[in-house]
Write a protein that binds this ligand. Structure first.
Ligand code: PDD
Length: 317
């Protein structure tokens, strides 16, 4: 009898697999090109911070993600205002003025080319001996990079995506765009393990938002979304959806949404800077509405794409 090789099923990643994926990740980081770190533009693989940075030790920091279309930052004023709100809420001074932010971010965008991108920026409370309370005189760590957007919005807008529902296990200040994202990470992983793209979160019987997106429901022709408050992030894409609904006479109301409304909604969408607007066609394995992206979504998606085109052509700011 010939000896057969031991089967590798259900064994998890092998040593070679993880070395391969580490190599791939290093290549992707090198491909990021230039990043901004504490006043300097440096190659991504050369950028380094202290392990004692409070962002690393405590997740003590704030971030923003700004989409870039046609080589221009999309809604930078709104993102920088939310950055100020988040920094203010955690008692951290904004290290740069709006015009300094704009020139740092635009330089990263210009270096990254003309494709659709997003800019990630992060401010932490800086390097200090480990002690939970704020340190005296720590200098904030400021980091930013631009990355080509490799999302397939057109495809998922046409086909729809699947989500799960999950208990909202996050803290009670979800309006702060904190880098401490462990709960969101775990919820997204739970979704991924269920073959879904996002987790729709429920707190005390009410829908809050997605792990990294805002949520909209449609009943008949009316769009409904939970109101802003400490339990959700005030999404910039969410604001644009509200503006577009108003401009185009689409009925939209902000009100508390009960969990059981998800099961009877005619349409459900999510929205975020990196996902634009996406229709949900399955929730916890059950079909949403007709099982295809709905007509109200199609209208809103068209308005969003028209707005983006007008922005790229310089017809709107
Ligand atoms: N996340 N809610 C949460 C919890 C989010 O993390 C996000 C965005 C949104 C949508 O906000 P906006 O429309 O401004 O992107 C809502 C970003 C994209 C991220 O963490 O990558």
């Amino acid at each position: 009898m010939t000896a057969t090789k031991p089967q590798q099923h259900n064994k998890g990643p092998t040593r070679e697999d993880s070395a391969g994926s580490r190599r791939q990740q290093a290549i992707e980081i090198a491909a990021m090109g230039t990043v901004y770190l504490n006043g300097e533009f440096v190659a991504a693989e050369a950028a380094s911070i202290s392990p004692m940075d409070r962002g690393f030790i405590f997740g003590d920091g704030i971030y923003e993600v700004v989409p870039v279309f046609g080589g221009r930052l999309f809604r930078p004023g709104q993102h920088l205002q939310r950055l100020r709100n988040s920094l203010g809420a955690i008692g951290l001074e904004n290290p740069l003025t709006d015009s300094q932010w704009a020139s740092v971010l635009q330089r990263l965008v210009d270096d990254a080319g003309t494709d659709d991108q997003y800019v990630y920026l992060q401010v932490t409370r800086g390097v200090a001996p480990r002690n939970h309370a704020f340190p005296d005189n720590a200098r904030p760590t400021v980091f930013a990079y631009a990355q080509r957007m490799n999302y397939a919005t057109a495809t998922s807008a046409a086909t729809g995506i699947a989500v799960i529902t999950a208990e909202d296990i996050r803290w009670r200040r979800c309006d702060i765009k904190s880098t401490a994202l462990l709960a969101a990470v775990m919820l997204r992983q739970q979704a991924a393990e269920s073959g879904a793209d996002e987790a729709i979160l429920v707190r005390d019987g009410l829908v809050t938002e997605g792990a990294a997106s805002n949520v909209f429901l449609v009943r008949d022709d009316t769009v409904v979304t939970p109101p802003k408050g400490p339990l959700i992030l005030a999404g910039i894409t969410r604001d644009l959806v509200l503006e577009l609904a108003q401009q185009h006479d689409m009925a939209l109301i902000e009100r508390a949404v009960k969990e059981n409304e998800l099961a009877t909604a005619h349409e459900i969408w999510i929205a975020s800077s990196t996902n634009e607007i996406k229709p949900i066609i399955r929730i916890d394995g059950a079909t949403v509405g007709s099982g295809e992206p709905g007509p109200v979504f199609a209208r809103m998606y068209q308005h969003y794409q028209d707005y983006k085109r007008a922005f790229c052509e310089g017809r709107v700011d």
